[in-house]
Each structure stands twice: as structure tokens, then as C-alpha cells.
Design a protein around this ligand. Structure first.
Ligand SMILES: C[S@@+](CC[C@H](N)C(=O)[O-])C[C@H]1O[C@@H](n2cnc3c(N)ncnc32)[C@H](O)[C@@H]1O
Length: 259
């Protein structure tokens, strides 16, 4: 038991700290999980998205150096980066759901809905991190504004998942990440239809009129071009994946590696 922890959560003199939360307590303490995370064998957070089966196809087996998970939510990818050997992991996110770049005409409704659903960004990350005994830390910043100083310096590897579709200017986010990392792994929703119909043409569907909080749905060529335009000279396609999920989250994604 680490110094300062007590067996039953009792307070130790001079080092006031509680025993680590159990996985079951952590799961119960969050009314709405986004990620399915196995906090201990057989105990899974009831997430909307289950990425466990594809993590090994998206990230390398071993990750070296400092790692950044961009748009971390409950931290599934941050904990994966840590499990794969990253020496330090930072989970980046905005402070509040309302800080996201929602389409202006949807903003008031989305703010009301987020409040009604009890979405508290950062709660799942804190609970999961504690239950897993993770050292990953969460930094609050917008991906299009984050600086190396915010992260304590540049990182060696970054992962970006299901975020570009929520940004007005996806290339601005990639440009910012290019300044922070050597290698970038990406897993983003794509239109399989427009990838098949126009494999060589860059096509991105403008979505504020047909979804509640998405800006774009690119085909594979457009997604690769966003990453290339943002400053990565090499962009390698690593596969299509359709992770299980609920409430319309189970859609086709493309995985990329860029450097
Ligand atoms: C759809 S979730 C994806 C979660 C995770 N990256 C994944 O792939 O499963 C989008 C995440 O990005 C965060 N986010 C949205 N806009 C952001 C921004 N401008 N800067 C940083 N994070 C943002 C959200 O708060 C949320 O945690």
C-alpha cells in the first residue's frame, strides 16, 4: 500500500488521503460514461462506445516517451497509451461540454441537453484514473489553442480520436498538433459511401443541418488531406474500423498514422 493510504479510507495522521476507490464505486459515481473501460477484470464502465477490440489495431504495441490523448473524455485512449509503455500521458480536453465548438444555431439546445443529461467532463477520467491507479493527468485546453507550455513541453506521440468532426476548422487542430508531436495516430469517423464513390476526390459532408453537433464527415481522401495539409508529410492509412457503440456511435472510422 502506498504511503499515506489507509486500508478502509480512514484518515492517517499528517497524510490525509483516502484508500483507492474500488472499480464498482467508480462506476456507480458517474451517471453517464462515454467509454467502456475495464477497470478490473470483468468490471466494465457502461460506456456508449466500446473501443477495446480495436485499440490494438490503431495503436502500436509499444509506445515510447511522452504521449498526448487529444479529446480524452473518460480517458480510454490515455489509459491505453499508458498501458503500452508511455513514460507520461496527458489527456487533453475542454473544461466543459459547452466549451466545444458546437454549431452556433444548435448551441442553446445542446447546452440545455448536456445539463439535463448530467454530462460532467472530467468526472469519468478522474474516477477511471483512480480505479486503475493511472498516472495520466488531464489538461484543459482547446486543441486549436493548446501550446507546448500547457503540456510541459512537446510530446513524442499523440492520439486524436473522433474530434475533427466536431471542429469548425479541422486543419487548424492538426497544425497545432504538428507543432507539439512527432507522430500522430488518428481514428476518425468517415463516410464509407463517399470513400467508395470518390476514392481519389476529397469530399467532406457539411453536417450542422443533418446532425446535432457535427461539422464534418470526410471521406478517407479528405481526412488524409486534412492531416497532410496540417503539416504531416507522411500520412499512412491503417484500416477501417466499426467499433461497437450505442446511440448512433457505431459508425465506420478510418485509422491513420502520420509523421
Ligand atoms: C466524441 S468524443 C471522443 C472521445 C475520444 N477521443 C475517443 O476517440 O473516444 C470528443 C471529445 O473531444 C473533446 N473536445 C471537443 N472539442 C474539443 C476541443 N476544441 N479541444 C479539445 N477537446 C475537445 C470532447 O469534450 C470529448 O471529450
Amino acid at each position: 500500500m502506498p504511503l499515506g493510504e489507509s486500508p478502509q479510507g480512514a484518515i492517517l495522521p499528517s497524510r490525509i488521503r483516502f484508500a483507492r476507490m474500488t472499480a464498482a464505486e467508480a462506476i456507480a459515481a458517474n451517471p453517464r460514461w462515454y467509454h467502456s473501460i475495464e477497470l478490473e477484470p470483468g468490471l466494465l464502465t457502461p460506456g456508449m462506445v466500446d473501443l477495446r477490440t480495436i485499440a490494438g489495431l490503431v495503436l502500436p504495441d509499444r509506445v515510447a516517451g511522452r504521449a498526448l490523448d487529444v479529446g480524452t473524455f473518460d480517458g480510454f485512449w490515455a489509459f491505453e497509451l499508458e498501458r503500452r509503455g508511455a513514460s507520461e500521458v496527458i489527456g487533453l480536453d475542454v473544461g466543459d461540454a459547452a466549451d466545444a465548438q458546437w454549431p452556433p444555431l444548435q448551441r442553446a439546445r445542446l447546452e440545455r441537453e448536456a445539463a439535463a443529461m448530467g454530462v460532467e467532463l472530467g468526472l469519468g477520467f478522474r474516477l477511471a484514473s483512480e480505479a486503475l491507479g493511472s498516472k495520466a493527468r488531464r489538461v484543459v485546453a482547446d486543441v486549436t489553442e493548446v501550446t507546448a507550455d500547457d503540456l510541459g513541453g512537446p510530446v513524442d506521440v499523440a492520439f486524436l480520436g473522433s474530434l475533427l468532426l466536431h471542429l469548425r476548422d479541422p486543419v487548424a487542430a492538426i497544425e497545432r498538433l504538428r507543432a507539439l508531436t512527432t507522430t500522430l495516430f488518428v481514428l476518425e469517423p468517415i463516410s464509407l459511401r463517399h470513400t467508395i464513390l470518390a476514392p481519389r476526390r476529397t469530399v467532406a459532408r457539411y453536417q450542422p443541418l443533418e446532425t446535432t453537433f457535427n461539422w464534418w464527415l470526410p471521406n478517407l481522401a479528405a481526412l488524409k488531406e486534412w492531416v497532410h495539409q496540417g503539416g504531416f508529410d507522411h500520412v499512412r492509412f491503417r484500416g477501417f474500423h466499426k467499433p461497437p457503440g450505442i446511440e448512433g456511435t457505431s459508425v465506420w472510422h478510418a485509422a491513420l498514422e502520420a509523421w
